[in-house]
Write a protein of this length. Structure first.
Lengths: 239, 461
């Protein structure tokens, strides 16, 4: 299959390993991966109420990605934005309606299009899985991405006691209400367990920046954050 | 500016960790009980039926209200239409004056909170005593309810014992039996002496002209049956078509609110007592519009389907940290952040939709399937249109759009980003992030170049 990669701005700026791993996994599964000209999905503006400022971002996405068999991104949050933006801003454009259901977060693609079920791999670590809200509530996937971890040898996975609790990132929310956002991160991080796991694993860089950035500011070295796609890549999924 | 007021209230609420502990304990109790009460597949069926019943009602609201009025009046209920808060309090005050009421007992009504009824009646020399246990406690504390189902959820047992002790003039122990015993003893006497009882209404049954009141304590029923005059103040959107639809909604209400499979008290008020019957000789229903009709037929219409179960407050990660008072509105949590700007025109109300991380847990839990996070996003855009947004953001997002679209410009901006962040490290937005969180290193190269170098992707165009 010919797959177009949407790298996301956070992926480009802060989390390039997640992007590289996404491409590697897709290549290992035999796909051709291409890279159209692209920018951000426009979510910061959109979620802050500036829809006119968000619209050109979606327009650029449509121009660069129309006619794709599939688009894959390493972020449920950006995928939710792209899908919503296509229908909301360009719903009367047939190209947008055709593209919308073909935009996937990697785990969605692997489970639903590729049909993977607990793919084998090997990765020695104890991890805690963070359910990102945009994947679970906006894209209605719940914690299905965990299925991708089930076949990995050496991996011990647990979940937060309150998996539905948002980490407090929320994009501009973290800047609008910094104290509140930090309190939400702290509540999440109180549930890491003792001893703490090696990694907090999630599939959205925003959440990982929030939780990892909080831990780093407190001088905590363990756990580190690890993007789900990087874990899958290092575990050799798709080989 | 409006957003700053919300930010400041939130900052104060978050600084109060005892508040968080009290709120978190209570909402978890509700959520877990709700989770245990029904199997997921059964819940899905109940939710679908409740949503269908509520949407049916909302979509034919004017007709159903007309039918309710006809049936209720036929049974001797006096129905009053209140276009806004002012009319509602005027109507209730007139009823009170006409029957010479001086002492009023009230229970379970967010609608009367919305119109600020107590203060208005007090200014006319009429004392209103809250009799729902939670509302009684909140009234004693000189506060407002902080949760639509559990008004004093933000308070600890110790705080309540202190309030009661002050009220009693003696020490009241902080165990539940002692607290409820005191409240019962104090309130019983008030029910007997009251000239008028005011209640809210969870639903109005159009086919029968009946007001339905759902409570767990029975105090609500005392308000609707013991005093000689009963006034129900009810939001006009609470109408349901008939008892079948009522059943579909009730089946999920108690589950979502408190995790009970059925409520303890279900009162169906069908009119004044006839000759030889016990009960109030006068029953009035005040149907409160106060902005609700304006929501009908528009893109936010489904918000009127809300059954005030409080599940979205209980699941909300923001409400958990702030409690209800930080919203500065009678209705708090996700539904409050959506409903308030629709009912109130002031800028502060318009700013409430920003008080959410948009996690969407509320939309998933809502038993009538209101797409709360979608409405929050849409109402943010409306707020911006009305000039309510965070400082400098209009400029910032226009600049971001110009710097990052089309993609060729993003490439350029991306190259300059590291330097820009270093120079701009002092901007308030960035400081808000770095105070308490470390920002990861900005990658030196564009990720596209690395992908191409590794031979992972082919470039297009």
């Amino acid at each position: 299959m010919r797959i177009r990669l949407f790298t996301t701005c956070l992926g480009d700026i802060f989390a390039q390993e997640a992007v590289l791993s996404t491409a590697r996994i897709l290549r290992r599964l035999g796909h051709e991966v291409t890279l159209p000209e692209q920018t951000c999905c426009g979510q910061p503006a959109y979620n802050s109420g500036f829809q006119n400022e968000a619209r050109p971002f979606i327009g650029d996405f449509l121009n660069g990605f129309a006619g794709s068999d599939a688009v894959v991104a390493p972020s449920g949050s950006c995928v939710a934005m792209l899908r919503r933006g296509l229908l909301e801003f360009f719903g009367d454009d047939a190209r947008a309606r055709e593209l919308e259901p073909r935009v996937f977060e990697l785990s969605q693609f692997l489970l639903d299009v590729q049909g993977l079920k607990a793919p084998p791999g090997h990765f020695e670590a104890r991890v805690i899985y963070h359910e990102s809200c945009h994947l679970s509530h906006w894209l209605h996937e719940g914690d299905r991405a965990r299925e991708l971890l089930a076949g990995i040898a050496g991996l011990e996975v647990r979940t937060f006691r309150e998996p539905q609790l948002c980490c407090g990132f929320g994009g501009t929310f973290a800047i609008h209400f910094p104290d509140l956002s930090l309190a939400m991160a702290d509540e999440k991080l109180r549930d890491l367990g003792d001893p703490p796991p090696d990694y907090i694993v999630g599939s959205d860089e925003g959440c990982l920046m929030q939780l990892g950035g909080r831990l780093a500011a407190q001088g905590v070295r363990r756990p580190e954050t690890l993007h789900l796609n990087v874990l899958l890549d290092r575990a050799g999924v798709g080989k | 500016m409006a957003v700053e007021e919300v930010v400041e209230r939130v900052r104060k609420a978050v600084a109060n960790r005892a508040l968080h502990d009290a709120v978190a304990r209570s909402v978890d109790r509700h959520s877990y009980a709700a989770l245990r009460a029904l199997a997921p597949d059964v819940r899905a069926v109940y939710k679908a039926r409740a949503r269908a019943a509520r949407l049916r009602s909302v979509r034919s609201l004017p007709d159903l209200v007309a039918q309710f009025v006809l049936r209720a009046e036929a049974r001797g209920v006096r129905v009053h239409m209140a276009r806004d808060a002012r009319e509602a309090v005027r109507i209730v005050a007139e009823i009170a004056r006409a029957c010479g009421a001086e002492r009023v007992v009230k229970s379970k009504s967010m609608a009367t909170e919305e119109v600020d009824l107590n203060a208005h009646l007090a200014s006319e020399g009429i004392q209103v005593l809250e009799t729902d246990l939670g509302e009684y406690i909140v009234q004693l504390a000189g506060q407002r309810p902080s949760h639509i189902v559990a008004p004093c959820l933000h308070m600890t047992r110790q705080e309540i014992a202190r309030l009661f002790s002050r009220e009693a003039g003696r020490e009241i122990a902080e165990d539940t039996p002692s607290l409820t015993a005191f409240a019962r003893e104090r309130l019983r006497e008030e029910f007997r002496r009251a000239d008028m009882g005011i209640s809210g209404g969870n639903f109005l049954v159009a086919s029968d002209g009946a007001v339905v009141v759902v409570t767990n304590e029975g105090n609500g029923r005392m308000c609707t049956t013991v005093p000689p005059v009963h006034v129900a103040v009810v939001g006009v959107e609470k109408v349901v078509r008939d008892y079948e639809d009522l059943a579909d909604v009730l089946r999920i209400l108690a589950v979502e609110a408190t995790g009970q499979v059925i409520t303890s008290y279900l009162s169906i008020v069908r009119g004044p007592a006839g000759p030889g019957e016990e009960g109030p000789r006068e029953v009035h229903v005040v149907l409160l519009d106060a902005g609700r009709s304006g929501i009908l037929g528009g893109p936010r219409e489904e918000v009127l389907a809300c059954i005030r179960c409080g599940a979205c407050l209980d699941i909300c990660p923001v409400y958990r940290q702030t409690g209800g008072h930080a919203y500065g509105s009678v209705y708090s949590g996700p539904i409050g952040a959506v409903l308030t700007p629709l009912l109130r025109e002031d800028p502060e109300a318009q700013a409430l939709p920003f008080l959410s991380s948009l996690c969407g847990a509320c939309s998933d839990i809502c038993p009538v399937g209101i797409h709360l996070h979608d409405h929050l996003v849409a109402l943010r855009a409306r707020a911006v249109d009305r000039g309510v947004y965070f400082p400098q953001e209009a400029m910032a997002f226009a600049a971001l759009r110009d710097a990052w679209t089309p993609p060729a410009r993003y490439r350029l901006a991306r190259r300059l980003l590291r330097g820009a962040l270093r120079i701009g490290g002092g901007v308030p937005q960035l400081r808000a992030w770095t105070r308490g969180r470390r920002l990861p290193e900005v990658a030196a190269r564009h990720v596209a170049d690395r992908l191409l170098d590794e031979g992972l992707v082919k470039k297009e165009r």
